[in-house]
Design a protein around this ligand. Structure first.
Ligand SMILES: C[S@@+](CC[C@H](N)C(=O)[O-])C[C@H]1O[C@@H](n2cnc3c(N)ncnc32)[C@H](O)[C@@H]1O
Ligand code: SF4
Length: 375
């Protein structure tokens, strides 16, 4: 019998205490559905595990706000994972947390359940910005939460957001100084996306003057890169920085096209050339799982040219870029796409080095637009 390769597992926990003003993730503030959802997650994990025994290299509890789960519910989910899979020794087990859920005893409980990495949604260390984002926490809570995670010996990743209204240069510099002082293992930096259905997106439509323009947003991104690199972080992916050896292993699986299984409402998975997504909204997913039916909304196999294009695009998000053999495969399978990449090279937005094609710093700055034009 052929043994399956080790996989990653994404588990979507679709609840939040309240909705942040910039967020369009599939998440609900109806916490009454939590117990039912945890039972359905355990059932879906068993179903996805099949006969069992597959090894996992990463487990990622994302959301939503997994840190809202009380210990017995988190234990129920992780027990289901261990019943259905073999979590490899040394596997990365990440939990996304909102700073005001991170009490000392809570973190110790997470560690006992096998969580070894916490991704903390800090967003900013400026109280005015946090208020505008409708976050539940202030800067002091974020600082305390980060220290508790570190004191418990878990790896710490911090999420920051840029291009926000009220995020003036002084507030950004302060946020960066505080981040560096905490010395998290990993930092993710996101430019506010305003094209999604959320309150800040709606505000950006009406009052663009309140938001930094493209040049100011680019300045914030470059200043963030300079500050983090000067503090010893490697800018290894467009939105991600890590101390040496601390790159996010789960996310890296997506960028390298490795298998990621997925459970929960609207969760997306990938294996080889197959891509799939689960049902949404929450009632549709719950009903399917409870009835013992598949929770998949769709599943399809990428055509060879699509797979080559996708592989090149996700690898171009990485500092090390895409191997030239892959670019050559694109030239054969998707000549128009390869032609666009050649134009990027001519414009100085991409370059070849040591057998790989990578985006230049200017290319990275334009990456969203660039990668969008490649589709
Ligand atoms: C699933 S959420 C984080 C987990 C946790 N619920 C929290 O907010 O603390 C992942 C991250 O995506 C980022 N994010 C959410 N909405 C965004 C948007 N509209 N534009 C850019 N980044 C966004 C935020 O930095 C957020 O921490
Ligand atoms: S940013 Fe996090 S806490 Fe806020 S609504 Fe989105 S998922 Fe929930």
């Amino acid at each position: 019998m052929r043994r399956s390769r080790p996989a990653g597992l994404y588990i979507h926990v679709p609840f939040c205490a309240r909705r942040c003003s910039y967020c369009a993730f599939v998440t609900s503030t109806d916490l009454d559905q939590r117990g039912r959802t945890v039972a359905a997650l355990a059932a879906e994990i068993a179903r996805v595990a099949g006969r069992g025994g597959r090894e996992l290299e990463t487990v990622y509890l994302g959301g939503g706000t997994p840190s809202l789960l009380p210990p017995h519910e988190l234990a129920a989910v992780l027990d289901a994972v261990r019943r259905g899979f073999v979590v490899r020794p040394g596997a990365e087990v990440t939990l996304e947390a909102n700073p005001d859920d991170v009490g000392e005893a809570t973190v110790a409980g997470w560690a006992r359940l096998g969580v070894n990495r916490v991704s903390l949604g800090v967003q900013s260390f400026d109280d005015g910005v946090l208020e505008l984002l409708n976050r539940r926490h202030g800067a002091a809570d974020a600082r305390a939460a980060a220290r508790r995670v570190q004191a418990a010996g878990l790896q710490l990743s911090i999420d920051l957001m840029l291009a926000l209204p009220r995020l003036h240069r002084a507030a950004l510099d302060e946020t960066l100084a505080e981040t560096v002082a905490l010395r998290p293992d990993h930092v993710s930096v996101y430019l506010l996306e305003t094209d999604k259905p959320h309150r800040l997106g709606e505000l950006a439509g009406r009052r663009p003057d309140l938001f930094p323009d493209a040049d100011a947003a680019a300045d914030q991104y470059l200043a963030t890169g300079r500050a983090l690199r000067a503090a010893g972080y490697r800018h290894y992916e467009i939105s991600n920085f890590a101390l040496p050896g601390r790159q996010a292993r789960h996310n890296t699986r997506y960028w390298l096209g490795q298998t990621v299984l997925a459970v929960g409402v609207a969760a997306h998975g990938q294996a080889g050339r197959r891509r799939w997504a689960n049902l949404e909204p929450l009632p549709a997913w719950l009903e399917a799982v409870e009835a013992g039916r598949t929770a998949r909304a769709w599943s399809r196999r990428l055509a060879a040219d699509e797979a080559a294009r996708e592989a090149a695009m996700v690898r171009l998000r990485l500092a090390r870029g895409a191997p030239l053999a892959l670019i050559e495969r694109c030239a054969g399978l998707a000549p128009a796409f390869a032609g666009r990449l050649a134009e990027f090279e001519q414009l100085g937005l991409a370059c070849r080095r040591r057998g790989r094609l990578r985006l230049t710093p200017r290319g990275w700055l334009l990456s969203n637009e660039l990668l969008a034009t490649l589709w």
